[in-house]
Design a protein around this ligand. Structure first.
Ligand code: SOE
Length: 387
């Protein structure tokens, strides 16, 4: 039996999640399944927080949380809560994360880190202050934890591709292709910060930096909104964010990358495609076939070269040993489970998890530079480094 008076180290970690829509459900699924598959420190899914009492209570019951609540501030005051998982929309990230860190809670926050650079910087300052007291923070770029992409990074870090010259990163969806599909918070600048740029180019940019272990130093970008007005609750409403974005990126190590993202690419459902070309090897990946990584070994005789399909389901592949025998494929949701595993291990082990808020700010700076470049007609724009 534990009580709020029991010292935190002597009881399971108490977890609160804030938000119960798409991302709240994905994170809840991860919390609910992680201990079935990985050795993680003991924790309890204590409380799910949301704005609408009845709906959040129903979600809490369905997703395995002991309780629900509507006031996140009151939850932050509880001694039995050690971890706060923020799955609320971007405009709430900074306020909740800085308050949670100040209250000594370890924080996992969904990507993108925040909606603006100012908010992101505030969050980094809060994370740095909390870190000195052993309080951990992490931003949820979940695709880093797909086995195929974790393997891709390993191959690149081991030098199997030689020195990297070129990356193509695209993230294409089509859920906004219908001009009559209604307004949502994701289409208003004041709630979403930006459109496809913040929502999905954030993943693409993070992958470029993650896979190469490098940082973007300058960009040139273009943004476009194809459907400028959509049905809102009170009649037609202006769309104030981009539907699609394009950018070229230069990296500190000399590689060049292109990023193109869209939410109106008819027929593309959730296609995060990554292609990395080095001097002695190449890899390609498509999230719509998440268990497959294609690798070309350029050191083989040219007559034998070709992209070979690696089915990333062997126990020796990253994260796979926690799951099923080889060939029993994993899906999108497992990246969230791996994210929770790594976060819990870092919290219990007293180490700082990655991606840190600083890494999240690094992505935000690239996105902000793309926006600035687009506003200046595509002019080359420097990205301020994160110290
Ligand atoms: C938007 O459609 C979205 O759900 C993103 O917000 C997620 O981060 C991405 O994983 C899938 O697409």
């Amino acid at each position: 039996m534990t009580s709020p008076q029991t010292p935190a180290s002597a009881r399971p970690l108490g977890v609160a999640a804030i938000g119960y829509a798409f991302m709240g459900q994905a994170h809840s699924h991860a919390w609910r399944t992680v201990a079935n598959h990985f050795d993680v420190p003991a924790f309890e899914q204590k409380v799910l927080v949301g704005r609408h009492g009845e709906a959040v209570a129903a979600a809490a019951q369905k997703y395995g949380w002991s309780e629900s609540a509507t006031d996140w501030r009151a939850v932050l005051e509880r001694d039995d809560i050690d971890i706060v998982d923020i799955c609320a929309p971007g405009w709430l990230h900074a306020e909740i994360a800085t308050a949670a860190l100040a209250a000594g809670k370890h924080v996992l926050v969904e990507k993108p880190l925040a909606n603006s650079l100012a908010e992101s910087q505030k969050m980094v300052r809060a994370a740095q202050a909390a870190r000195t007291a052993g309080v951990r923070s992490m931003v949820g770029f979940n695709y880093r934890r797909l086995p195929a992409l974790a393997l891709a990074r390993q191959l690149i870090a081991e030098g199997r591709l030689g020195s990297i010259r070129q990356v193509r990163a695209s993230y294409l969806q089509d859920w906004l292709v219908d001009g009559e599909s209604p307004m949502t918070w994701r289409l208003r600048k004041e709630t979403a910060g930006s459109g496809a740029l913040g929502d999905i180019a954030s993943h693409a940019v993070d992958q470029v930096q993650f896979l190469l272990g490098d940082t973007v130093t300058s960009v040139s970008g273009t943004l476009h909104t194809f459907v400028t007005e959509r049905p809102g609750p009170g009649g037609p409403e202006a769309v104030t964010v981009d539907d699609a974005a394009w950018a070229t990126l230069s990296l500190a190590g000399g590689a060049v990358a292109s990023v193109d993202v869209s939410r109106v690419a008819l027929g593309q459902k959730n296609a995060l495609r990554l292609e990395v070309y080095g001097t002695t090897g190449s890899i390609t990946f498509n999230l719509e076939s998440p268990n497959e990584l294609y690798f070309l070994d350029g050191t083989e005789p040219v007559e034998l070269q070709g992209f070979r399909r690696i089915l990333v389901t062997e126990p020796g592949h990253p994260y796979v040993s926690g799951w099923w025998p080889q060939g029993h494929v994993l899906g999108w949701e497992h990246s969230f489970t791996h994210q929770i595993r790594d976060f819990l291990l870092a919290v219990a082990g007293g180490t700082d998890p990655s991606p840190s808020f600083e890494e999240g700010l690094g992505v935000q700076r690239v996105l902000a530079a793309i926006e600035a470049s687009a506003a200046a007609g595509g002019a080359t724009t420097l990205v301020e480094p994160v110290p």
